[in-house]
Design a binder for this molecule. Sequence first.
Ligand code: NAX
Length: 332
Amino acid sequence: MSEPVKVCVTGAAGQIAYSLLYSIAKGDVFGPNTPITLTLLDILPMEQVLGGVVMELMDCAFPLLKKVIPTCDEKVAFTDIDAAFLVGAMPRREGMERKDLLGANVKIFESQGKALDQYAKKTVKVVVVGNPANTNALICSKYAPSIPKENFSCLTRLDQNRAQAQIASRLGIANSDVSKVIIWGNHSSTQFPDVRHAVALVNGKKVPVPEAVKDDSYLKNEFLKTVQTRGAAVIKARKLSSAMSAAKATADHMRDWWFGTEGDNWVSMGVFSTGAYGVPEGVMYSFPVRIKNKQWTIVEGLEINDFAREKMDLTAKELIEEKTMADEVCKA
Ligand code: NAX
């Protein structure tokens, strides 16, 4: 067996972490032969709950799990880690807009960015889940200048999975028979779920999704709206935000970052924009990426029509607004 991968999960006493820790510890993310040590960060009022999570992890008797360290100290949580799942933040409640959360949560990611900079390995891979995920990831990276910007990302895989599942359900095919769905922009209701380049396997033949669905109006309206507002729909039904699906998507995101994407397939990740596809530089924007040797590259050359351009610009505008607000919060 190889050396253990050192993994930190923040918000470890929360509901997403409850499913995510199970996935990580059983080998879904770093592979079935990779031992793992886990540091679990949460805040002091959650210390007792965190203790319960540690007991359950122990009681699972996972073969790969070598050590679990619960803590409320960022130094303990981040020292020498290889991978960070930054889940901990205040969750959105019913009726609350993501922007309301920004003020509270940006400060958490400023502090964690500084701590990662000081204590984590420079090769650490960071996925931010806590909302507003894109802007939190940006702030985290800003305050960790000694770690490459490419090592920070935010989760839009849940949106990708939601979009993929909607198309599969519409076509009556397996989820795994839909590929190359793209989420552009912000993990918010302005995101642009784009299936213009997506492929469906129908009756053994690969078909462009728009051709298979044969309903442009559905793809431009109902489909978009369903994916964009899925988080709110889950909150309305459960009175809690998505947890099981968020954990699954987070595991998918890091697994693909760790092991790479297959063939010419791609996945969506919120990453630092350097201007690809006319997206403003300096925001964390979700793009289609291919991954090799733990490095992602934005897929180039996809055609952007007027409809897509408008949607992509709208979500970019929101990210610029969030960035401005976040910078003000951090300055204060
Ligand atoms: P929970 O409230 O169940 O758990 C959050 C945990 O974070 C709590 O235990 C809390 O004590 C802890 N926490 C708060 N401040 C912390 C800090 N400074 N350091 C460490 N831990 C801290 O929320 P949960 O449902 O698990 O959601 C977590 C975050 O994910 C929320 O911000 C939520 O909005 C976000 N989501 C993001 C998604 C995405 O696709 N990017 C989808 C799901 C989810 O909505």
